[in-house]
Design a binder for this molecule. Structure first.
Ligand SMILES: C[S@@+](CC[C@H](N)C(=O)[O-])C[C@H]1O[C@@H](n2cnc3c(N)ncnc32)[C@H](O)[C@@H]1O
Length: 221
């Protein structure tokens, strides 16, 4: 089981936002995009047992090495997700699937349109090319049920401004690592949401200059 320090720090504050924004009394289906180590899905599945969680990961870096060792095709991180699942005997967490958010929803592991109550995406938007964010909104727009929720977490720019200086420095360091990465502006995300039948319902300020953005899928009337 891998452990990321940031995930350990932010999992409880994000859970508080989830508790506040989803039904806790009726069965729900959630997809987490870019589950990383599996810490978040494990924490949320224990706290919110009415939700069936589908974790997913994109990172296949170690697949080639593992194939050389005749290990079944599975990324290092999804091995970590599986280890958490087994360790905590989480019946409400499905086996992790490979999911590239930049691909059309038809490639999202067989998930059916309008089947999800919640799509969760933590700390991916700024550490991936814009095509992933575009795909995230496109896919969420299709996969969510009417009134379903897309919750994203991370650092964002607001009206072209990044604050405080630590986030400016972080943005710079991301762009140095990959010119296609960097903090996205909430207004850009809002327009992507609108193009895909979602609207920005709420912004929640989070510790360490992060935010949760809650996008709701509009009802078809
Ligand atoms: C900083 S990690 C965050 C992982 C985890 N959500 C967390 O908060 O610990 C960034 C994540 O973005 C994912 N990612 C990068 N490109 C992606 C893509 N095209 N589709 C889906 N996820 C992607 C990476 O695999 C990685 O899991």
């Amino acid at each position: 089981m891998l452990s990321a320090a940031a995930a350990e720090r932010n999992k409880e504050p994000i859970l508080a936002v989830l508790r506040d924004s989803v039904h806790t009394g009726r069965p729900l289906l959630a997809l987490e995009i870019s589950s990383g180590t599996g810490q978040h899905v494990t924490h949320f599945a224990q706290a919110l047992p009415n939700i069936t969680w589908q974790p997913s990961e994109y990172d296949r870096q170690s697949i080639v090495r593992m194939m050389a060792w005749r290990v079944p095709i599975m990324s290092f991180v999804s091995i970590s997700i599986e280890a958490y699942r087994a360790r905590y005997r989480l019946n409400n967490v499905k086996p992790a699937i490979h999911l590239d958010a930049s691909l059309p929803y038809q490639y999202w592991g067989g998930i059916q349109p309008e089947s999800l109550d919640l799509v969760l995406n933590i700390n991916m938007i700024h550490i991936s090319p814009l095509a992933c964010t575009e795909g995230l909104f496109r896919g969420a727009g299709v996969m969510l049920k009417s009134q379903g929720l897309l919750l994203t977490y991370g650092p964002y720019a607001v009206n072209g401004q990044i604050v405080p200086q630590s986030n400016v420095d972080f943005d710079y360091s991301l762009r140095q690592r990959n010119p296609e990465w960097g903090l996205r502006d909430i207004s850009l995300l809002n327009s992507l949401a609108q193009s895909n039948g979602l609207y920005l319902e709420r912004i929640v300020d989070m510790p360490a200059n992060n935010k949760c953005l809650l996008f709701r899928k509009e009802s078809l009337v």
